[in-house]
Design a protein around this ligand. Structure first.
Ligand code: FEO
Length: 172
């Protein structure tokens, strides 16, 4: 069982995770447009990760006899000015998502909803990685991306990212 308030909060977060997916897919298209295919690949994998987050919450809500209510997803921006701005926007966005996850955690604590508390711990940990990765790549762009050669090498590195569903890894 899950409270109506918690159900609403998780439905809202399903939408937010889908918006994240939408945002990163839009960034992927932008990166392709500016000929950074490795960056585009990285963002496309990120899109898949965000969809995994959304489905993880969707499944949890159904497992708890809750009701999934899909909400309207906002249109993401499609102009990002530069690769550096793409990752600056990503880091800012992930910080907002961390605050959203923390709010759901706070609600779980207030409601003494132990199941949701345990479930949301995965996302709390995931957000540490999400922020650290975005920060790390932004830093690399600042250091190496100032020259065409540096940006080329970074693009090649980001092109190697492959989507691995978390369920198939030891972390799950
Ligand atoms: Fe679903 Fe990027 O956090």
């Amino acid at each position: 069982m899950i409270s109506k308030k918690m159900q609403e909060a998780i439905n809202e977060q399903i939408k937010n995770e889908m918006y994240s997916a939408y945002l990163y897919l839009s960034m992927s298209a932008y990166c392709t447009k500016i000929d950074l295919k490795g960056f585009a690949n990285w963002m496309r994998v990120q899109y898949q990760e965000e969809m995994f987050h959304a489905f993880k919450m969707y499944d949890y809500l159904l497992d708890q006899d809750g009701e999934v209510k899909l909400l309207a997803i906002d249109q993401p921006p499609h102009e990002f000015q530069s690769a550096e701005n793409v990752f600056k926007t990503t880091l800012e966005h992930e910080r907002k998502v961390t605050a959203m996850i923390n709010n759901i955690m706070d609600l779980a604590v207030t409601e003494k909803d132990h199941a949701t508390n345990i479930f949301m711990q995965w996302f709390v940990t995931e957000q540490i990685e999400e922020e650290a990765t975005a920060k790390d790549i932004l830093q690399q762009i600042k250091l190496a991306g100032a020259t065409p050669q540096g940006l080329f090498l970074l693009d090649r590195e980001l092109g190697q990212r492959v989507y691995t569903p978390p369920a198939a890894t030891a972390a799950e």
